[in-house]
Design a protein around this ligand. Structure first.
Ligand code: ZN
Length: 248
């Protein structure tokens, strides 16, 4: 039997959160210029969001549209005006990462995605929106993220094309800080599912192996807990190899 390695049930967005006093996500300032917004509500599907602040400020994965207002509020509470956001990056085109792009359509920000993922989003990727009873929302993509360097002012992020969970998934490596943003490729104790249209387990394994060779102190996944410490990151890759590869 094929084991599902996946964290977010497809219909969990139908379960409405917003319970009294419940914090949907927690925020943390991880480094001088790195803010993380970790989704907490297990009853509702949404992704983690990350913000790299600087001369050019980038937001990574805005999540579901309905949660962008509370995300913006948290960012403001961290003393950052959302007007500071210059670039919005999406790791891949699944609704729980990309839908919130709509909140930026009229804003003077640059929106970035992998070109292959844009093709997917306009093709098979739109069925995931239809599962949610929506048609594909209108998106604006200003530039493509491809294998290589992305310069945010003085900061350099390395973009890795890491297909498997979706055909144009990317991961982002911030070499200077040894921080790796993995989208839905690698989680703490898990990997992204590959059973959606155009998911590919062989490519997923190849992508994970590529990332596992990067010197990583902090792994920031698209869902769930962050992984801190080089040894724990390596242990997590080893756990994934042993627990998931033969089932994929
Ligand atoms: Zn996904």
């Amino acid at each position: 039997m094929k084991r599902k390695a996946w964290i977010n049930p497809p219909n969990s967005h139908l379960l409405k959160g917003g319970r009294e006093g419940f914090q949907e996500s927690i925020s943390m300032k991880l480094e001088e210029d790195l803010y993380i917004y970790l989704w907490q509500d297990p009853g509702e599907n949404n992704c983690n969001t990350y913000l790299v602040r600087g001369e050019v400020t980038a937001l990574i994965d805005p999540g579901h549209l309905q949660h962008v207002t509370s995300l913006f509020r948290q960012i403001e509470e961290d003393g950052i005006s959302t007007e500071e956001i210059d670039v919005v990056i999406v790791t891949h085109g699944h609704p729980d990462h990309v839908e919130g792009l709509q909140a930026f359509l009229e804003k003077p920000v640059k929106i970035a995605m992998n070109q292959e993922e844009e093709r997917y989003l306009n093709g098979n990727g739109k069925f995931l929106f239809e599962m949610m009873g929506q048609s594909l929302p209108r998106f604006r993509i200003d530039f493509y993220l491809k294998e290589g360097e992305l310069h945010l002012g003085e900061k350099i992020l390395n973009i890795f094309e890491t297909p498997g969970h979706s055909p144009g998934s990317i991961s982002i490596y911030w070499r200077e800080k040894k921080v790796l943003f993995t989208g839905d490729l690698v989680f703490y104790g898990g990997v992204g599912r590959t059973d959606f249209l155009e998911g590919d387990p062989r490519l997923l394994i190849r992508s994970i192996e590529r990332l596992s060779r990067l010197d990583t102190e902090t792994l920031l996944p698209g869902h769930g807990e962050i992984i801190s410490g080089r040894e724990i990151v390596l242990q997590n890759y080893e756990f994934i190899r042993q627990s998931f590869y033969s089932y994929l």
